[in-house]
Design a binder for this molecule. Structure first.
Ligand SMILES: NC(=O)c1ccc[n+]([C@@H]2O[C@H](COP(=O)([O-])OP(=O)(O)OC[C@H]3O[C@@H](n4cnc5c(N)ncnc54)[C@H](OP(=O)(O)O)[C@@H]3O)[C@@H](O)[C@H]2O)c1
Length: 297
């Protein structure tokens, strides 16, 4: 493997060996990368030692061992805390890639923290579960220092062949991470709510899957339409309108109650539609809801 970092075959250290850190280290080892690992609880490093990793005695030694340092701790605060204990000379000349769940504000704080210490640091957001790491489907978003991503790209693509740079704002990877997860969690929760309603009415959840998926087929075009309206700031109701949708959502709340299922989720959507209608937007399309959300914040 060749790489644009200083050495033709860069060495990599992985600090933090929860399920994700272990998957990252395993993918590097499988690609033949010289990999050093460290974890606060050392027992989690043992399986990787059997796979060929070197276990460092402490975080400073792990950082000093490699050109590229990957941290995969619970959050940014614990990552900064850990790296604060590493002597600056161990960090000098290293590229540090931080993978941790974060708010955009926390990611920006970590970037500022690194700049004040002269640390070359790149922020990444892992968008796939552990079994997908190292496969063609793996996706990791990067933001902040594009120069660091490009210099380490061939090594980082071992983890995720899809490794786009999403912006110089260090918080952008987290902005997209949280926004994409919102779509995912909302979809999963909507499915479970609907499954509770259909199972209360005698259908199995499995039998409902094809019906649910037929709605998913509509979503890509729907998202494009909603995005166009949102970016234009115009919310035409030519094909659908909020007055009609309010009626459908009211039925959804009643059906949920009748099934003995918590109506919170459809009630939230009904109340958004009701608010828009009460503000005089009953003839607008569903995209008008973005304004209600902005104004209610
Ligand atoms: N698992 C996934 O599918 C997935 C997917 C996408 C993104 N992520 C992100 O990846 C990151 C790691 O997740 P994970 O699944 O590996 O599980 P995790 O349980 O969040 O991993 C925690 C890791 O952080 C370490 N840690 C926590 N606080 C520490 C501290 N103060 N000092 C030193 N080490 C500390 C733990 O060490 P100990 O072992 O000693 O406790 C452990 O190695 C998270 O930010 C998560 O959101 C995970």
């Amino acid at each position: 493997m060749t790489n644009d970092l200083d050495t033709p075959t860069p060495t990599v250290s992985v600090l933090g060996l929860g399920p994700m850190g272990s998957a990252l280290a395993q993918a590097l080892l499988s690609a033949g990368t010289t990999t050093t690992v460290w974890n606060r609880t050392e027992s989690k490093a043992r399986p990787l030692e059997h796979a060929g990793a070197v276990i460092a005695p402490d975080a400073a030694a792990a950082v000093a061992a490699s050109d590229l340092v990957i941290t995969c701790l619970r959050d940014h605060a614990s990552t900064r805390e850990l790296l604060d204990e590493v002597p600056p000379e161990a960090l000098a000349g290293r590229t540090v890639v931080v993978f941790a769940s974060s708010t955009p504000g926390e990611a920006r704080r970590t970037q500022e923290w690194a700049e004040t210490r002269g640390i070359d640091l790149l922020i990444g957001a892992i968008m796939v579960p552990t079994p997908v790491i190292g496969t063609p489907d793996a996706l990791i978003l990067y933001s902040g220092r594009q120069d660091l991503l490009e210099a380490a790209r061939s090594t980082l693509e071992v983890l995720a062949p899809r490794s786009p740079f999403v912006g110089t704002d260090p918080g952008m990877a987290s902005v997209l991470d949280t926004a994409m997860l919102e779509v995912f969690f909302t979809g999963m929760t909507a499915f479970l709510h609907a499954a509770a309603v259909v199972t209360a009415n005698g259908l199995s959840a499995a039998d409902f899957v094809p019906w649910a998926n037929s709605m998913l087929d509509i979503l890509p075009d729907t998202f494009r339409g909603l995005a166009a309206d949102t970016d234009r700031g115009e919310y035409p109701g030519n094909e659908d309108n909020l007055a009609m949708e309010l009626s459908a959502l009211t039925h959804m709340v009643e059906t949920s109650r009748d099934a003995g299922v918590d109506p919170g989720l459809p009630t939230l959507m009904r109340d958004l539609a009701r608010e828009a209608v009460e503000r005089g937007h009953g003839a607008d399309g569903w995209s008008r809801i973005v304004e209600v959300l902005r104004e209610s914040s």
